[in-house]
Structures are given as structure tokens and as C-alpha cells.
Design a protein around this ligand. Structure first.
Ligand code: GLY
Length: 373
């Protein structure tokens, strides 16, 4: 493998399972050179989805096959709908049928759905096998590939079955962003901004000034991804199993997960789109409770509007969502503690705290106001 010194990476320092997240342009094309130092097996299963397979499966496989690896392809349908336990069972059965062994390697190639699903499978098949992630979307590169959360959705809510499974390495091939639809870039950008809002006012200011350049220039997008990923890495290192401060990364997510669950993961919205609306609702909650100022709320709405992120709950099919339904869906959130919902409340820009004390009436009034036409 190229020496780490020449490679752009950040390190996730964890007690027994530290790993690096590499950023660069040729990881998919030269995958064999990069993974070699992490595994002794010659059998690799690549789990991916149809969209990603069309673009990158041949590329990644060519490199592996040329280096004499035996490669199993598992191609799932694209979208959140496949992130469920029956996909897990099907994939595991296929792997077992192909005599996939304990020392073999699973590669996840795709966005957040694939990373979560492939990582979860790697954590349970044969009680855990090696996993390397090649995230190909902005959302996966700035958020879901970092920190080892894996899992699938159930009809009761998002990511309710899952595990912590740290990969051996993450290869964020930024050349994949050039083929990503603008809608997906925006959805990933909402998670990137989230990191700024909870920890780094300077990053938020820089994003407001430079977002247009970031969206169009590879160098700047890498700078944004690394800046934001470092924030996430710090929180993961502090609290890898989310007993406390890591929960700050859920800003906007109590709302977002409830919205996604009400829409039954039907593909009409992307996770990052639910997150951008969720962040605005979290700021409205914060403003109502006196933790953020009106001009801070407005600044965030203005930035999201400039970028083209969704800020308005009414954009989602109104018949599927009202405040009682949202409150009900929130009861299934895995962050509920002793029956109390958990919210991340921003305090201005660059700071936030965790609260289990927001009563339902406040949430109801925020949602009712947001839905009133
Ligand atoms: N996406 C939130 C976390 O990884 O903790």
C-alpha cells in the first residue's frame, strides 16, 4: 500500500479498535493496493446497491481480481427500503452458500444504507468478520461511515436493530462525488452543517461564505469533509457507544427519524432531507425555549434556503404527518429514556446540549405551527 505519509487521512483513536479514514481519488480503482495490509484472506464479499454497482462495481472488482482475490458480488436494490432484517438474512444466506468464512472480508460499497447494512452483517455473521467501508456519497463520507454505527430499520422506527462495528479502515473516494446527483450532495451537506452547528461556529461561517465553491470544487469539498469529519471523530472518540456526548450528533434526528418512519421509508425523501427539516425544527424548539436567538434561527434557514436544502415540513406529504403522529413515532426512537424523548437542543450556533425534559406540548406546538399553511 502507499505509505500513510502520502495519504490524506484522519484517525479514529479508540481503545482497541482504532482505524483511519482515508480521503483521496483512486481508492476504488486501486482497491487491492489499499486493502492488502488489512487482510490475509483471498475471499472478499462486496455488498453494494444497483446504482453504485452500475458506476463502480467493475472498477473495484477489476483491481481485486487482478490481484487474485476471489470476489463475491452482493447487489441490493437502491434506497432505504432494503435496510431491513430480511435483507440481512438473504445476504447472510448467500454468503454462507458461497462458503464465506470467518477470516474473509466484507467490503461495503455505497452510501449510508449500504454502509449500515454491510457493517451490521459483518458484525453478526460468524459472530463478526472484518469489514472495510468504501463510502461513495457525501452523507456516508461525512457521517455514517465514521464511528461504527450499523443497523437496519424496523416498522417501528429507524435503526432499531443494530450494533457497533468499527471497520478496519474507511476509504472515502472523493472522485465518486462527481457522479452523485445534486440532490444527494445536498442531503449529505445537511449532516456536514450539523457538525458545525453542534461544535464549530467558525465552520458554519466558512460554509455560509463558501458553500457554492464547496459544491463545485473538489479541493474545497475535501476540506469541508475533513473539517466536519474531525468534529465527528472527536465526539466518537469521547463516547464511542453513545452513553453521553456522542448523542449531540443526533441534532435534528428525533424529528427526522419520526418523519422518515411516518413516510415508511418509501423513497420519497432522503435521510439528509429529513435531517435538514429536523435541524430547523430543533432550532425552532431552541428558540421557543430561549436557547437560540431569532437571528440565529433565521441565519440557518437562510443558509439552508441558499443551498436548496428543505426547511419546510409541509414539503413532505401533509396527510402522512401531523403533530400527534410525529409524537407517537418519536416514542419508538431508540433514544427514549424512561419514556422520555431525547432532543438535542442547539444553543446558538456551535454549541448544543442533550435534553430529556422537553414536554410533548412544546413539540406539538412547534410541529402544528410548522404545518400551518
Ligand atoms: N450519526 C450519528 C452518530 O454516528 O452518532
Amino acid at each position: 500500500m502507499n505509505s500513510n505519509a502520502e495519504m490524506d487521512f484522519i484517525k479514529i483513536n479508540l481503545e482497541s479498535e482504532s482505524y483511519k479514514i482515508f480521503f483521496g481519488k483512486d481508492y476504488i480503482e486501486n482497491s487491492a493496493n489499499y486493502i492488502r495490509e488489512f487482510t490475509k484472506t483471498n475471499k472478499i464479499a462486496i455488498i453494494t446497491d444497483e446504482n453504485t454497482a452500475n458506476l463502480y462495481l467493475n472498477k473495484i472488482s477489476r483491481s481485486l481480481l487482478e490481484s487474485k482475490y476471489e470476489v463475491i458480488h452482493i447487489i441490493l436494490k437502491s434506497g432505504e427500503k432494503i435496510k431491513n432484517i430480511s435483507s440481512v438474512e438473504n445476504v447472510i444466506n448467500t454468503l454462507l452458500e458461497k462458503r464465506f468464512e470467518r477470516d474473509d472480508l466484507i467490503i461495503g460499497l455505497g452510501g449510508g444504507v449500504i454502509g449500515d447494512l454491510a457493517g451490521f452483517i459483518a458484525s453478526i455473521i460468524h459472530r463478526g468478520v472484518n469489514f472495510i467501508n468504501f463510502p461513495t456519497t457525501l452523507l456516508a463520507q461525512v457521517d455514517s461511515s465514521i464511528g461504527g454505527k450499523t443497523g437496519v430499520n424496523t416498522k417501528y422506527g429507524k435503526n432499531l436493530i443494530g450494533s457497533f462495528k468499527q471497520p478496519l479502515a474507511v476509504f472515502s473516494d472523493t472522485s465518486s462525488l462527481s457522479t452523485l446527483p445534486v440532490r444527494e450532495i445536498k442531503a449529505g451537506y445537511s449532516e456536514l452543517v450539523k457538525h458545525a452547528l453542534i461544535k464549530d461556529n467558525e465552520l458554519f461561517m466558512w460554509l455560509c461564505e463558501n458553500w457554492n465553491v464547496i459544491f463545485n470544487q473538489e479541493e474545497e469539498i475535501i476540506k469541508a469533509i475533513k473539517w466536519s469529519s474531525n468534529i465527528k471523530a472527536t465526539l466518537v472518540q469521547e463516547d464511542v457507544r453513545e452513553r453521553g456526548s456522542r448523542a449531540l450528533l443526533n441534532l435534528g434526528h428525533t424529528y427526522a427519524h419520526a418523519i422518515e418512519s411516518l413516510l415508511k421509508y418509501d423513497g420519497t425523501i432522503l435521510h439528509g432531507e429529513a435531517v435538514s427539516v429536523g435541524i430547523i425544527l430543533a432550532y425552532k424548539t431552541s428558540y421557543l425555549l430561549g436557547y437560540s436567538k431569532k437571528d440565529e434561527l433565521n441565519k440557518i434557514i437562510e443558509h439552508f434556503n441558499d443551498v436548496g436544502l428543505i426547511t419546510d415540513l409541509r414539503k413532505f406529504n401533509k396527510d402522512n404527518i401531523d403533530s400527534d403522529m410525529l409524537l407517537n413515532a418519536m416514542n419508538n426512537d431508540k433514544k427514549v429514556k424512561s419514556g422520555q424523548k431525547t432532543f438535542i437542543i442547539p444553543e446558538g450556533i456551535g454549541k448544543a446540549f442533550i435534553s430529556n425534559k422537553i414536554n410533548d406540548e412544546i413539540i406539538k406546538s412547534i410541529v402544528d405551527t410548522a404545518l400551518a399553511s
